[in-house]
Design a protein around this ligand. Structure first.
Ligand code: TPP
Ligand code: MG
Length: 318
């Protein structure tokens, strides 16, 4: 707000970030319930516990900037502006879904908002974001791309290829790695050789780490990388350390996780932290409004028709 004191401005920013996180959490709580009840088919992977990264990072972007995301992408899409009712309809397989009900959770996309897609293939969004950044650089249109991915993705050839090209051509892309400590059911601290950041640094781009439960810190760190990319100074790599509070997929009982570790992860729940920062009353109001919005998203989605059988091959390219 023009003329607002820095403390007031920061408070308003924190509230806006809490609102985004609450919307993501409410959306995914409903997805968990309807998956359990058998109303959603296929696999769903929730980002409960990781909302601050989506909220903070997308707050550093413009509407026409790009993102690519992963199998765990609901939060990134909501934070980038996707309509929850259309996302929910997609998960329920309805014709009004963002992909006409044919994609589901792992293929949510909305190109009109620069959301180039969730992706069931680990690391596949990295070269896509690099490609979008190449298009921006050729067109000189000032758009920046963020690629969200997990730490499991850095073992993939697609990571190496995407990052190498982005550095070589100084492309406007931010590689945002959400390190939640697990790739499926395997702890990620078992690899030999250099650390994640040292490995990323070896490609020749700036790297940094941020506490992924603090949305304002994420926003500030990502803003530095986005500004750099927009200036034409090339890509950056950010590691956001986060905690995944649910299983790898819904229904995963997480028997492989020690109880104390999960308890510590809950201590770092970003919404809990943020509630402390903005106060209970404000947080309650924001969370209630998110619940109402997401109840309505479910209601609208459930009332929508399934795609016509005759449309089964429409928009299918392979
Ligand atoms: C190319 C490829 N290999 C393997 C898989 C199976 N798989 C799905 S998610 C996943 C782990 C990903 O871990 P991470 O990148 O850390 O993301 P997180 O699930 O922790 O968010 C794997 C191996 C896949 N989908 N695609
Ligand atoms: Mg992981």
């Amino acid at each position: 707000m023009a003329g607002a004191s820095p403390a007031l401005a920061e408070r308003e920013e924190l509230e806006a970030l809490h609102r985004t996180m609450a919307r993501i959490r409410s959306f995914e709580k409903r997805v968990a319930k309807h998956f359990r009840d058998g109303n959603i088919h296929g696999f769903v992977h929730l980002s409960i516990g990781q909302e601050a990264v989506a909220a903070g990072a997308c707050a550093a972007l413009n509407t026409d900037d790009y993102i690519t995301t992963t199998h765990r992408g609901h939060g990134h899409c909501i934070a980038k502006g996707a309509q929850p009712a259309a996302m929910m309809a997609e998960l329920f397989g309805r014709a009004t879904g963002l992909c006409g009900g044919k994609g589901g959770s792992m293929h949510i996309a909305d190109p009109s908002l620069g959301i180039l897609g969730a992706n069931g293939i680990v690391a596949a969004g990295i070269p896509l974001a690099t490609g979008a950044a190449l298009a921006s650089s050729v067109r000189h249109d000032g758009r920046v791309a963020i690629s969200f991915f997990g730490e499991g993705a850095v073992h993939s050839g697609a990571f190496h290829e995407g990052v190498t090209l982005a550095v070589a051509w100084s492309l406007p892309v931010v590689f945002l790695c959400e390190n939640n400590g697990y790739a499926e059911f395997t702890r990620s601290d078992g690899w030999r050789g250099p650390s994640l950041l040292a490995r990323a640094e070896s490609y020749g781009m700036p790297t940094s780490a941020v506490a992924g439960e603090l949305p304002l810190a994420v926003r500030d760190e990502v803003t530095v990388a986005v500004d750099r990319a927009r200036r034409g100074d090339g890509p950056s790599f950010i590691e956001a350390r986060v905690n995944r509070l649910h299983g790898h997929y819904e229904g995963d009982p997480q028997a492989y996780r020690p109880e104390e570790e999960l308890a510590e992860a809950h201590e770092l729940d970003p919404l809990r932290r943020s509630r402390d920062a903005i106060g209970r009353q404000v947080a309650d109001a924001l969370e209630r409004s998110a619940e109402v919005e997401m109840d309505s998203a479910v209601e609208v989605a459930l009332a929508a028709p399934y795609p016509e059988p005759a449309a089964v091959c429409d928009e299918v390219y392979a």
